[in-house]
Design a protein around this ligand. Structure first.
Ligand code: NZQ
Ligand code: ZN
Length: 406
């Protein structure tokens, strides 16, 4: 196991009917900006519940900013940042999924980057984003009410922002943007459309994989924990597909998705975010849902990198999919075991109704060149646990992803 420091200050408030805890969690004299997405928080009544809780005690001034898009837009977020300054907001309360939470983290960081006229500077905010927001030294406090289990943003310090005009979807991270708290009420996920539920299962699955499927460093806690999370996602993913009202399953999915990307399984181990980085380009060029880009790319990452990931792929096959012998009980060679694990993974995604190739989303090989160009422009040229995945490797991954092997 490699050396590490683990720090995660996020208070998790989990369970049914817990939104009322906001009255204790948000400072009583705060000037609060509630941020939310395209309308689900209003339609489902969550927004009203949040406002009721905030007015239950104290003397908070509450403002609202709605309309943060799925794949949150840079320009929209600058408007929210201007509103922060205009109303002297000192607490952001994000009500939604990864997009609203990520967007609010970005607002928390960039609202201090103002021009002489007081408006938030587009250029400074863009520079901040392109350098991962590493140089910003203050942020507004933030809390979250999570409505979709998927990204883990509720318990980590990162985010991903889309800037359509520049065809860029870029990650950032800052220790200043760990939420002060996140409320996880699993009943809030019952209103999600099936597509979003399945996206969430797949996103969490790939988060675990990208912190696990590298090379062994004898990190027994992280490996066993990761394998358990994967098995839970496989089991509960299929249950929720057939029985969407099963609240016990919703509870387990919500906590699993949080644990998948709160830093715990990624401490002290190598990581490989190749699938995510290629996936971000697919979203920015073709507006494909984040999780769907991942299910398209991951099987090809596994196949293309199967030699450098051989030990972990065999461990994955054995411990997650129980593959050791063929159906007749005969020992199989390593390549056969690995291919079986990859096709089981593809079948799992298919069972959730997710695409596993570019063809599945009506793209063909002509999509590859523009993606490679964007990876180059965004300096995604040394991906992977060894930094060996250059543009040639990414191209081969995408070529494999054109049609499915399954
Ligand atoms: O916008 P509204 O109307 O609220 O609708 C949303 C949106 O259309 C809807 N929704 C959310 N909760 C709902 C609901 N509909 C009904 N009932 C509810 N309870 O779901 C749609 C998707 O929401 P979104 O927030 O976009 O989904 P998700 O949580 O999957 O977030 C995706 C974003 O997170 C980023 C992705 O790149 C993408 O931009 N990621 C963030 C990460 C992080 N911060 O650590 C890591 C991830 O890898 C990911 O990259
Ligand atoms: Zn993701």
């Amino acid at each position: 196991m490699n050396n590490f420091q683990y720090y995660n200050p996020v208070r998790i408030v989990f369970g049914e009917d817990q939104i009322k805890q906001l009255s204790d969690l948000v400072p009583t004299d705060a000037r609060v900006l509630i941020t939310y997405g395209g309308g689900s928080a209003q339609r489902t009544g969550t927004l009203d519940e949040v406002k009721d809780a905030l007015s239950a005690n104290g003397d908070r001034k509450v403002f609202e900013f709605g309309g943060i898009e799925a794949n949150p837009e840079f320009t929209t977020l600058l408007k929210a940042a201007d509103m922060v300054n205009e109303h002297k907001i000192d607490f952001l309360l994000a009500v939604g999924g990864g997009s609203v939470i990520d967007g609010s983290k970005f607002v928390a960081l960039v609202s201090s980057l103002t021009e002489e006229d007081g408006a938030v500077s587009r250029e400074q905010a863009w520079d901040a984003l392109t350098s991962g927001c590493k140089n910003i030294d203050s942020a507004i406090d933030l809390g979250t009410v999570l409505t979709i289990p998927a990204t883990g943003s509720e318990m980590n310090s990162g985010g991903v922002i889309n800037y359509s005009e520049r065809q860029a979807k870029l990650p950032f991270g800052s220790a200043l943007t760990y939420p002060k708290f996140s409320i996880l009420d699993p009943t809030k996920t019952l209103t999600l459309p099936e597509r979003q539920v399945m996206n969430g299962v797949a996103d969490a699955f790939v988060h675990v994989i990208e912190q696990y499927l590298t090379y062994p460093v004898n990190a027994k806690v992280q490996d066993a924990f990761a394998e358990s999370l994967l098995k839970i996602l496989i089991d509960e993913g299929l249950v929720v597909k057939n029985d969407p009202d099963n609240l016990e399953t919703r509870k387990n999915l919500m906590w699993t998705a949080t644990m998948a990307l709160n830093g715990l399984i990624g401490t002290g181990v190598p990581q490989d975010w190749t699938t995510h980085m290629i996936g971000h380009e697919l979203t920015s060029l073709h507006a494909i849902d984040h999780a769907r880009t991942l299910t398209i790319v991951l099987p090809s990452v596994m196949r293309e990198l199967k030699d450098s990931k051989k030990d972990k792929l065999l461990q994955y096959a054995r411990n997650v999919w129980n593959i050791t012998a063929d159906d007749n009980g005969t020992e199989q060679d390593d390549d056969a075991v690995i291919e079986k694990a990859i096709s089981y993974t593809e079948n799992f995604f298919r069972e959730l109704g997710l695409p596993v190739s570019l063809e599945d989303v009506d793209l063909d090989e002509s999509a590859i060149d523009p993606i490679i160009k964007q990876l180059d422009a965004h300096k995604m040229i040394k991906l992977g646990e060894h930094g060996n995945n250059d543009l040639d490797v990414s191209r081969r991954i995408l070529e494999r992803a054109v049609s499915s092997n399954a």
